[in-house]
Write a protein that binds this ligand. Sequence first.
Ligand code: ADP
Ligand code: ASP
Ligand code: MG
Length: 604
Amino acid sequence: MLIVQKYGGTSVGSVERIKAVAQRIAKTASDRSIVVVVSAMGKTTDTLVKLANEISSNSCRREMDMLLSTGEQVTIALMSMALQELGVPAISLTGAQVGIVTEAQHSRARILHIQTERIEEHLQLGEVVVVAGFQGISQTPHQEITTLGRGGSDTSAVALAAALQAERCEIYTDVPGILTTDPRIVPEAQLMSEITCDEMLELASLGAKVLHPRAVEIARNYGIPLVVLSSWSDAPGTRVVSAIPKRPALQDLELTKPVDAIEYDTNQAGISMLRVPDRPGVAAKLFSSIALQKIDVDLIIQSIHESNTNDIAFTVRKDALKQVAAVADAILPALGKNYYPSLGEPEVKTEERPIAKVSLVGAGMIGRPRVAAKMFETLAAAGINMVMISTSEVKVSCVVDAEDCEKAINSLSLAFDVNVADISMSSADLELGEVPSPVRGVALDINQARLAVRQVPDRPGIAAKIFGLLAQQNISVDMIIQSQRCHSVNGSLTRDVAFTVSQPEGEATYQILANAAAKFGWGEVVLESGIAKVSVVGSGMISHSGIAAQMFEALAVSQINILMIATSEIKISCVVKEEDGVKALQAIHKAFGLSGNGVVKVPA
Ligand code: ADP
Ligand code: ASP
Ligand code: MG
């Protein structure tokens, strides 16, 4: 039996820790083969980044990889020595020596394949193989040292487990497993014994750095049993479970098809509330009134505000539309007047035309901005206008006119090479058996910036242009929202489009779009860096009405204003001001009853 074990930075942060981990490995190495993947000791990688910054704020990525990859090499040698000292035969290998072959993209290389022969030879000899995580080597002739992106040792470990067809991959870290949220912010966070890959993908990409999202993607695609546990205890930790995998070939390991299915739902109706006041409690009031009627809401989006008013748009089942419209109408008077009467008063608008939701599904969309851009391009080429857009890590959904649904599915399945068998009506993702709450985890991402593009001409192809331009520069966008409100500019209709990107990419994104404004005919571009995103995730959320209402209420009670809302079937995200982020996370975690009685201690 073969297992891959990965030990993160804190777990190997000192010589004492390395010795303790070696003891642990020695215990299990007696009756099985072990491949150990290690990170750099403690905060070594951060320290190296700082050193480079002292020389240049703009060091070339090749040299950064050369520098950062040294961190892991220290640990492999020391770990191997510690094992040998205990009488356990061991050998350390760098990513290049193992043959972890990656793309030539420095600082964010994806793994193409792993040559397993050398590792297998050593395992045959009864040795523990200690591999440097986070690093690889580009293909011949140059054979450059590459790194996989910060936190990438998890990805090295799971990829090795896939390539070696290991029984299991164990990720040892400084917390007891996957918790309901980050224990550094909420010490009362509770351990989950099990979580689905899709839930974990969302959490990981939304700021829960306990697992690298790409590691989860590989585990999901190849069906690798994955466990996250503490290197300080013998507690069982958290199992990350996947549905039956498709087990793609091991060539191009991290380049598998990004989209594996298309889902559609023609039983939807759209409704929006326009020009509602921009203050805490409005979304809470609306969605709690709807939840009281036991009506499920599917997509929810709230766009950027304009002169202190917001638009909230959402979809419900067709047969609930009338009832929901009545509920929304009934709360209008309670919202009060707007400060700028010239904009018009709050209004409820139902979409007269029947609509359909079409979604691309697949774990490979993370960090691949081209997928969403290509979806928009494909729809535009087919002459289909998008009414709403909503993105998550495992899904991009577009709401289109119902009469365009079939055409949309056909063109998308061609463009993304999706088999007919993988086209289906929307369905629930893998659900766990007994879970106490439909909301499983809460995450905070303070590393985000928000952009708004004003007065975007309302015609097919413009969203494709915007996101295509960004995809060309490899900028990943999240929470794309298209406003429901149309403006008439010189006689033609325009809408606003807003989205979030990671903070370091905010400025570049702004430049690209501002420079292209005149050419493509959109208006002002607005960048706002001080935002945070809080999200709740759970695959049981689909069948529970009122989750969104509960989240919005928790924020309203804390007097936190919601700047943007976007949802998918298993996630609801709200953008709030950066300084409200931590308070928002704590309030939401508490509101869903996720706090336990004990507190999680995180080693310093
Ligand atoms: P390692 O060095 O072992 O890779 P990381 O620091 O990358 O460890 O990840 C572990 C940290 O992730 C924890 O110390 C914790 O603060 C943070 N974290 C954030 N969200 C969660 C969560 N939902 N569950 C567990 N840990 C989380
Ligand atoms: N040492 C690398 C980092 O700090 C990789 C890792 O620890 O996973 O990002
Ligand atoms: Mg990590």
